[in-house]
Design a protein around this ligand. Structure first.
Ligand code: HAM
Length: 417
């Protein structure tokens, strides 16, 4: 048996109704907020992620599936969607046609992390980006949109954490102070954080190593270094959230694991999921488009992990029950052709219909009808065939009715008794 690649997973038929419920609910919410779908490739030139996400980040340094193709080019499976979406926006000059552009995508991402509950090497994200508006209210709207997707799916126990990571100017001042502080605790830092101290000390703030997370508890906070415009922007975001009645928690140590953020950063935690924590996260980026060769236009976006969302849904939720209107049971070879046509006729008239062509025993047909969750079973045996009628059994009450073949649609569309 050839098995799955470690950290990858199948979405099995019993999960797929929950899966499509989640993606369809999300699509509906995103549409309400004005987002349109964009589908970009799952593989891009490695350079895009190095430039976009940042060379000195866990994702780029350790987690990308990178390889050289036969032409010698370095390619990577996308670890996230933002860089690819922005590459596409720049390449097709989409902002020229629409100065405010709202895009979303749903698809697989790849990170070679250590697999654990809710952490995969291939996982699906729903990712949304709003470009061309730097008013703080769009930040609040973006957070509201992420929350509304999660709420529409029935996620409970959500906690919104927000922070401002400032702009390049104030972050440079902060970086110096942070570095000074970390240098004093050099021995307690993990090897990665020691190595990154000169290039990217901010990464220590979200390092998962125990020693580092203890040290950063007393580190200087970026919010204390925000310049006036960034401070004003951040208070505008919070005002926007208050106006929309979104409760949030200020998390001054949150910087997120990608380097492109400026000003607003946020995460949404599903407290019901315990250690798995963030179900979604995002933030503002003011220079990313320009760094990828586009105009000097800012953006804000977020991504929600679909697997983590699904973990919060109950298996027995009846919204995900298999839904078959009718099962057709042919009791013997002579009824085979009639049933074959009947199944087709009912489907063409809008019913969800199942049958099993290779079975003629009533018992096995009824078992199969129960298995697929049919609401009614239409039974056709030799008597029915002779009388040009069918027997319709209601699967919940087990009541039966004999219905002339010609009246079947009227009967099924009526109250069904
Ligand atoms: P991120 O925080 O790296 O942000 O990922 C967003 C969400 O993807 C996480 O909150 C989590 O639910 C899910 N996720 C991440 N890694 C894994 C994994 N290994 N297994 C399962 N789920 C995972 C981004 O990716 C940014 N691109 C979001 C963004 C969009 N920022 C601005 N625009």
């Amino acid at each position: 048996m050839i098995t799955l690649v470690k950290g990858f997973h199948d979405i099995l038929p019993e999960e797929s109704s929950r899966w499509s419920f989640v993606t369809e609910s999300a699509r509906w919410c995103l549409k309400k907020y004005g987002y349109r779908e964009i589908i970009t490739p799952i593989m891009e030139k490695t350079e895009l992620f190095v430039r976009g996400i940042g060379q000195v980040t866990d994702i780029v340094e350790k987690e990308m599936y990178t390889f050289q193709d036969l032409g010698g080019e370095s390619l990577s499976l996308r670890p996230e969607a933002t860089a690819g979406i922005l590459r596409s926006v720049v390449e097709h000059s989409l902002l020229r046609k629409e100065p405010v552009l709202k895009l979303f995508t749903i698809g697989p991402m790849f990170r070679r992390e250590r697999p654990s509950k809710g952490r995969f090497r291939q996982f699906f994200q729903l990712n949304a980006e709003a470009l061309g508006d730097d008013d703080p209210f769009i930040d609040a709207e973006t957070i509201a949109c992420a929350c509304s997707i999660l709420e529409s799916i029935g996620a409970k126990g959500l906690l919104v954490e927000v922070n401002s990571v400032g702009c390049k100017t104030c972050r440079n001042v902060y970086r110096v102070e942070l570095k000074k502080y970390l240098e004093k605790h050099l021995d307690g830092l993990c090897q990665d954080c020691q190595r990154r101290l000169n290039t990217n000390p901010l990464r220590s703030l979200d390092c998962k190593a125990h020693g580092c997370s203890e040290i950063v508890k007393s580190a200087p906070l970026i919010v204390d270094y925000l310049d006036e415009p960034c401070r004003e922007h951040f208070s505008g975001v919070r005002r926007g959230l208050d106006l929309l009645n979104i409760s949030y928690h200020l998390e001054p140590r949150m910087v997120r694991g990608l380097d492109y953020y400026s000003r607003t950063a946020f995460e949404i935690i599903d407290t019901d999921l315990g250690n798995t924590k963030a179900v979604g996260g995002g933030g503002r980026y003011d220079t990313l488009l320009a760094e990828l060769g586009g105009p000097e236009v800012s953006g804000i976006g977020f991504a929600i992990g679909i697997e983590r969302l699904l973990m919060g849904l109950r298996d027995e939720d009846e919204r995900f029950a298999r839904n078959v209107d009718i099962y057709v049971a042919a009791l013997g070879e002579p009824c085979r052709e009639t049933c074959h046509m009947l199944v087709d006729f009912l489907r063409k008239n809008g019913f969800t219909v199942e049958t099993r062509y290779s079975s003629y025993s009533l018992k096995s047909h009824m078992k199969q009808a129960d298995r697929v969750g049919a609401q009614k079973t239409i039974i056709v045996g030799s008597d029915e065939l002779e009388n040009q009628s069918v027997t319709v059994r209601d699967m919940s009450t087990r009541n039966q009715a004999i219905v002339p073949m010609d009246d079947i649609l009227t009967f099924l569309r009526g109250d069904g008794d």
